[in-house]
Design a binder for this molecule. Sequence first.
Ligand code: IPE
Ligand code: IPE
Ligand code: MG
Ligand code: MG
Ligand code: MG
Length: 325
Amino acid sequence: MNTRVSFLENRINEELKKVLISEQPRTLFDPPVYVFSLGGKRLRPILALMAADLFEKDFEPVVNPALAVEIFHNFSLLHDDLMDNADVRRGSETVHKKWNENTAILSGDAMVIEAYRYVTKLPERYLSRVLEIFSQTAMEICIGQQYDLDFEKRLDVTEDEYLNMIRLKTAVLIGCSLKIGAIISDAYDEDADSLYRFGINLGLAFQLKDDLLDVYGDFKTFGKKPGGDILSNKKTFLLIRALENSNNEQRKELEKWIYADEYNPDDKIAAVKNIYDELNLKILVEDVIEKYYLASLECLSSISVPDIRKTDLKELSESLMYREK
Ligand code: IPE
Ligand code: IPE
Ligand code: MG
Ligand code: MG
Ligand code: MG
């Protein structure tokens, strides 16, 4: 990996290790410490610090808000795993499995509050702008997550609805991380906005790739049980396209599995995946991912700093296209 990125990642991990480690009761705070300890890519806080690099500013004032974003992200995972019925994350048991559902709910709530504490630890002149984008983003994530759940019950979700849903549940937090870094680095408003749009496009590509890995990823590397989206009838790009492009027989088969009450989960995953393969959907999604990756580069190119300073962000976004975890 790029040495600058590793350096920033280490800086984040060094601080994250101190979060909620001594407060009582431990029954409330051990779960967040546990999820932080399982690693994760730390993509969002790294991007926030990289924004400071881009504008040639010290990243230290960005560290606390960057931690806020990572804490909020980890909160969203606790609740998401409960809503998605996921037993494994980052290769380990999810909080609601290791403890129980009430723990996932309340520890998650505590994490949101902790995130807000961290986001306000910054020079006062940036406070109102940073709080505003953070709160807007947090609400958008809730909205996106609600659409994600609502869509499970529908068969007529369109690609535009899907893209809007993943923009809300995933892309805005990536955009927000970068924008916070830009604000604290005194970037021009237009540059901060271009960087935000870079993040949105990157985030769309990121969630499309996540949906692909949910079907085609390797359990050990990806750290999440493959097929979860298929089991919950998530309207991923794959399933939307499958419903659209299927012939009568395939459509009947898809609907049979979507409406089935009792089945062997492995059978359902294999059957739906088989239809995705018949329709060549993996390649199709990879093309869409590339489209958003290229769109993200467009946004980056419009930022008014020398190209050489954009190299790390370019490299990182390219590596995300090929990620396996
Ligand atoms: C998982 O995010 C949730 C999605 C938005 C797909 P990441 O893939 O960034 O998860 P970690 O933090 O690396 O575990
Ligand atoms: C994640 O969507 C979005 C949020 C956590 C806000 P997913 O449900 O696809 O994420 P994973 O695959 O469980 O990480
Ligand atoms: Mg989800
Ligand atoms: Mg999930
Ligand atoms: Mg997923």
